[in-house]
Write a new protein. Sequence first.
Lengths: 135, 135
Amino acid sequence: MTTTTSPEAAARLVGDGADCCEPQPGTAPLEAEPAAELAAKFKALGDANRLLLLAMIASGESAEACVCDLTGPLGLGQPTVSHHLKILVDAGFLTREKRGTWSYYSVVPGALSELCAELCKESALGGLMDAPSCD
Amino acid sequence: MTTTTSPEAAARLVGDGADCCEPQPGTAPLEAEPAAELAAKFKALGDANRLLLLAMIASGESAEACVCDLTGPLGLGQPTVSHHLKILVDAGFLTREKRGTWSYYSVVPGALSELCAELCKESALGGLMDAPSCD
DNA sequence: TCAATATATCGACGAATGTCAATCTAGCAG
DNA sequence: CTGCTAGATTGACATTCGTCGATATATTGA
């Protein structure tokens, strides 16, 4: 703002009157739109019951399960499980196939790994991924 | 849930009176506790502004930034940015170092990749990660 | 056709979340 | 010591979220 120059700004400007809070346009390498999409996916994973649902579905032999198989172990009501499953479907982690009276939910194969990959590619977040993760 | 056997249950039991919704203990490979921890981290990433904050901090030369550098580009108030940064710190994605008047936030190097790795290791979710993700 | 069942949808309610204005706490400069 | 500034904390508010009960839809079986 006026006098107390931040160390960083001082290092760049050496001057005095410049404050440390300039907009610095173009600095953020991650745009708002992809950030929102990424956040939506993370938000879908940001619930313990949904993670458990994913794990339970994936752990099955056929990697699919109907709602009635998932309601009991979680201790949640059927509408709630249906709701969570819908969120996971909307986020692209599950697919729903209706066979007869039952709805079979199965895992979208590369969804999670793709999310991981996006984390690495998208913007400077790649700098955070120095350790080998999924191999 | 008394008579109409679900296909899967029918395939396993062949009987008749068994319903499809038995608790099936020990079926879920992902326990509730680690699921909650994972969910907490995902929840921290489930906000576009927080992802942008992470990206902005990581993109800097020194991979650190003070609050005043982050407030402007996001169009958020200072308390809000502080709040988001605290969430990211609590989740283990950022660290805070106070130098003089300024608080410098920097990225925890392996945090994101470790999260990716946990996704692969933890339980049957590994089955979802068939594509090479972070290399 | 009619009853039963699996699932989805709706409405409601309490809890959590994102945001801001106002205030509080510390360092720094004079 | 007295302002001034960077940042954290508090309180309030609207919105979203997770959950449930009740209901609607569709499919199977008699």
